[in-house]
Design a protein around this ligand. Sequence first.
Ligand code: NAP
Length: 268
Amino acid sequence: MANPVPKPAVQGTALITGASTGIGAVYANRLAHRGYDLILVARDLNRLDELAARLRADSGVQVETLKADLNDRSDLLKVEQRLRRDEAITMLVNNAGMSVSGPLIGGDADRLESMIGLNVQAVSRLAVAAATAFVARRRGTLINMASVLALAPELFNGVYSGTKAFVLNLSLALHQELKDSGVRVHAVLPGATRTEIWDRSGGSVDQLPKEMLMEVDEMVDAALAGLDSGELVTIPSLPDAGDYDAMTQARLTLGPNLSRNTAAARYK
Ligand code: NAP
């Protein structure tokens, strides 16, 4: 008997960066079970292929792997082109990221530059490529992986938290631009989550108080529940979403006075 021809996924295809492990790998699992075909992107092709085989067997969706170092310009352009040209893509999980722990004084400037390349440059290029393509297709969802450190620069070094504040700002501004286009933006702000990022960054997850650390499955399930409920920003651990809304309201209150033709009286 001939092999059945796989049916195209109703949901379309989700392209997930940083899918070889951690948060990206759990998104891959959950989205496969929601019926998305997948394009999994990272540098470690063996790990991507192993995950892809598991997901095909478990969920029956089509899974492709794409080896790319998003800090390498030609690899990054390859992923961008895929987002622009592949009409089946309806979701980007803009997740790949790295962290460098430790103080900035005496820090390794080259590693910090790589982090900015991955967390800011690659994230913004992929977001622009996806948003532009999704607007033309009149549908699509862009999920950007920020961090609670976007709101708490005092807790970690300012270059990592600055890259995540960038991701939050990018998401809020894109949401504004895409409001009536049928394209959704979702910014996820995880707190500390148990993944390899801690070892990779030179830190240790075991030094964190237990009550601050979330398991990765729980984090991603909460983020997807936030997406399903229509949130623009999801902070998985925040008990009262009203606290974030109050902060936003306070920020918007500043608005009319942030740019004026005269200096404030206290500066004169
Ligand atoms: P992780 O376990 O270290 O996974 C990072 C993923 O990104 C891996 O799949 C890695 O795969 C990929 N990656 C790293 N450098 C890359 C590059 N140059 N090109 C392409 N892919 C690359 O980290 P995670 O905790 O899942 O983090 C995912 C995202 O969540 C990041 O943006 C991180 O900043 C954010 N976040 C994490 C936490 C946390 O506590 N874990 C909290 C807040 C936010 P390869 O090595 O195979 O390339």
